[in-house]
Design a protein around this ligand. Structure first.
Ligand code: CS2
Ligand code: MG
Length: 408
């Protein structure tokens, strides 16, 4: 069996999804997702210029050897661009393998450990009142877990991923007005003064059963993060995410020394070497890697297995930037993983998105149910894809009021 061709598409409804389709001489094809939010053209080029020419003629069933060949063969290893591209190839090869076996992908890992996998939604508010409405809407829809972000009174610009004006909904991360980023102003003191009380108010209003998560987006120094973690301890958070810049694995140590708040980190990691110390030293509780830019199913499964030895559960990244293909690949891992924790999930399910990526996976009562279709269980409509093309966009850049460039 041989790979005969592979194609890359960039575009989608409101997103620049990077979709890989790998064709074989037996007619079976596989799909992968290489979307890297705000840098989408780069994994697409990595695929077209380097990986695809080397894929043609290879036996798609040898996914392990192909992964090692691309990872080791580049000499300059790792990095989000290369790992997203390798991740897409890997997903497509697992898709082919499971289709050949005529089984849903989770069967190849060892079958199901659960039916629905717990998910969390994003509640955001320009202010506390707005936030309460947002949380209430998710609770009414049956969500058991909600990430809670709120605009900070007195902050000169909206803080990361909260709506700019009252009443606006959703996550405002990518600005599609061009490639030059907007500048956000950040004030750590205002944040630390406001946020613990805001989280306490949400706990008070929604009671002890709701799983409340909060994302700091890497904006605190280690000592500040330790103080923040102590302040939110009575709220009994399900997790505190990215409290410090993720490049420094040692930064988490000081938080651990001062607080028992569960820590989640890893959405920006792209290999096991970014998180092995965190996991082996049991400094975190949830690992947030994504199947996309952490090198696909092959590599993420290794991270999950290491985590399982150290009481670390999964909480895969599921920002709206991932296409339904990698979200489904993660759903198969979630169905299997003995150390599954929770899955971030934002309903992509607009009519346009469903038309582009048809599937039978579904969400019900705050849980994600994986389809039993052979493979990853998501298709890709190439005619629909012709409606879309790449649109330039950017993330905000964060400065302190005096102009200092800040973490995120
Ligand atoms: C966020 C992400 O989902 C999350 O936890 O931190 O939305 C992140 O901001 C984006 O993926 C960046 O592209
Ligand atoms: Mg995050």
């Amino acid at each position: 069996m041989k790979i005969t061709d592979a194609k890359v598409f960039v575009g989608g409804p409101g997103k620049n999804y990077v979709t890989l389709k790998v064709m074989t001489d037996e007619g079976v094809y596989g799909l992968g997702d290489a979307t890297l939010n705000n840098r989408e053209t780069l994994p697409a080029a990595y695929l077209k210029d380097y990986l695809i020419p080397n894929l043609i003629g290879k036996d798609p069933r040898n996914s392990e050897d192909i992964w090692q060949f691309f990872y080791r063969g580049s000499y300059f290893r790792r990095g989000p661009v290369a790992m997203a591209a390798i991740g897409a190839v890997d997903m497509a090869l697992w898709d082919i393998k499971a289709k050949l076996a005529n089984m849903p992908l989770y069967q190849l890992f060892g079958g199901k450990s659960r039916e629905g996998a717990l998910v969390y939604a994003h509640a955001t508010g320009a202010d506390l009142e707005d936030l309460m409405d947002s949380v209430a809407r998710y609770v009414e829809q049956g969500y058991k877990a909600v990430r809670v972000q709120c605009g900070i009174p007195g902050m000169k610009s909206a803080s990361y991923a909260v709506p700019e004006s009252k009443g606006a909904k959703g996550d405002f991360i990518t600005d599609f007005s061009g490639i030059r980023p907007k500048v956000e102003l950040w004030d750590t003191d205002l944040y630390i003064r406001f946020m613990p009380d805001a989280l306490a108010a949400v706990r008070e209003r929604f009671g002890p059963d709701l799983k409340i998560l909060h994302d700091v987006h890497h904006r605190l120094l280690p000592r500040e993060a330790a103080a923040f973690a102590k302040a939110v301890e009575p709220i009994n958070l399900y997790w505190l995410e990215d409290p410090t810049p993720a490049e420094d694995q040692d930064a988490i140590r000081i938080i651990r020394q001062h607080s028992t708040v569960p820590i989640a980190i890893g959405e920006v990691f792209n290999s096991i070497w970014d998180c092995n110390k965190l996991i082996e030293n049991e400094l975190i509780d949830f690992i947030r890697v994504a199947v996309t830019y952490a090198g696909g199913v092959t590599h993420v499964k290794r991270i999950v297995d290491l985590a399982a030895q150290h009481h670390v559960r999964t909480g895969f990244h599921g920002a709206p930037s991932h296409s339904p293909i990698s979200m489904a690949a993660q759903a198969h891992l979630n169905a299997w993983a003995p150390n599954f924790g929770i899955q971030e999930y934002l309903v992509l399910g607009t009519e346009e998105c469903d038309a582009l990526f048809p599937s039978e996976h579904y969400l019900k009562d705050g849980a994600f149910f994986v389809s039993d279709a052979p493979g990853i269980g998501v298709d890709f409509d190439e005619e629909e894809a012709n409606r879309y093309s790449y649109e330039a966009g950017s993330h905000p850049v964060v400065r302190l009021e005096d102009g200092t460039l800040w973490n995120y």
